[in-house]
Design a protein around this ligand. Structure first.
Ligand SMILES: Nc1nc2c(c(=O)[nH]1)N[C@H]1C(S)=C(S)[C@@H](COP(=O)(O)O)O[C@H]1N2
Ligand SMILES: [Mo]
Length: 249
């Protein structure tokens, strides 16, 4: 999509919302997505791309977090035994912990100690059909992700309940998120509410809304990865050049 002579990408799109004067020129819907800044029901302290020392927070859409009493997780699709889990059920799994780094395509990364259970625990409960090769996650904030089943059984992939010794905060995906250190941050889905096994691959949020791939595997030395103008952008002197970055005048 071309707008103002430039190809629309996520960074440009997000910057529209941060420039209130420009955004005010647009109607309540921008590119088919409603402009949440005009929505009086959204509290001022909505969760949106907050930079905090230590670990940034990224949310594609404003979201105040899950109310745990109202939360549940449905796991189904091509499985023998579909289930629904309530918040308390999350604590029935054997937990393990790891320290791993989350790397966002927006050129920051941070590490944390994560505690949670293996995806294999869910596989054991629902028993996917042999044809179910893909897994589709949906979230309380209308975000979604797509993995191959094989990726989810790799070492250091964790269904996370705790971060740095505390229950996951509302910002970081309470009550349940996925951590897959070999995938870019956007694949590490927060606030999971639904897991669906299937024989066909679905797309993910940022493949539909930006230039990022469904696969999202971290590529050494490459930021703003994969398919932007079909060419990955390489890291040059610790930073990446990006056509939308402002240059000193
Ligand atoms: N449900 C949901 N999960 C999400 C996102 C989101 O907007 N919604 N943002 C993703 C992106 S782009 C990144 S970089 C990481 C950031 O995780 P953090 O907010 O805990 O730092 O969460 C990912 N998971
Ligand atoms: Mo991200």
């Amino acid at each position: 999509m071309k707008i103002l002579g430039q190809k629309l990408n996520r960074r440009f799109f997000l910057s529209l919302f941060s420039l209130s004067s420009i955004a005010a020129l647009f109607p309540t819907k921008v590119f088919g997505i409603s402009d949440y800044r005009r929505d009086k029901n959204i509290p001022k302290n909505y969760i949106q791309n907050r930079d905090r020392p230590g670990f940034f927070i990224r949310s594609a859409n404003p979201f105040t977090g899950v109310v745990t009493d109202e939360w549940n997780l449905s796991i189904g699709g091509m499985v023998e035994n579909p289930i629904e889990l309530a918040y308390e059920d999350l604590f029935g799994f054997k937990t393990i912990s790891q320290v791993s780094r989350l790397k966002c395509v927006e050129c920051w990364s941070a590490k944390a100690k994560w505690e949670g259970f293996l995806f294999q625990e869910l596989i054991n409960k629902v028993k996917p059909h042999s044809k179910a090769k893909y897994v589709y996650f949906q979230s309380a904030d209308s975000y979604y992700e797509s993995y191959t089943l094989e990726e989810l059984t790799r070492p250091r992939v964790l269904m996370v309940l705790r971060m740095n010794g505390q229950p996951l905060s509302k910002d970081h995906g309470s009550p349940l998120r996925l951590i897959a250190p070999f995938k870019y941050g956007y694949k590490n889905i927060k606030y999971i509410t639904s897991i669906e096994f299937s024989d066909s691959r679905k797309r993910n949020y940022w493949a539909n809304h930006g230039p990022y791939s469904v696969d999202g595997t971290v590529q050494p030395g490459i930021d703003h990865p994969l398919d932007f103008k079909k060419k990955p952008l390489t890291i040059n002197g610790g930073e990446v050049f990006h056509p939308f970055d402002k240059r000193p005048s």
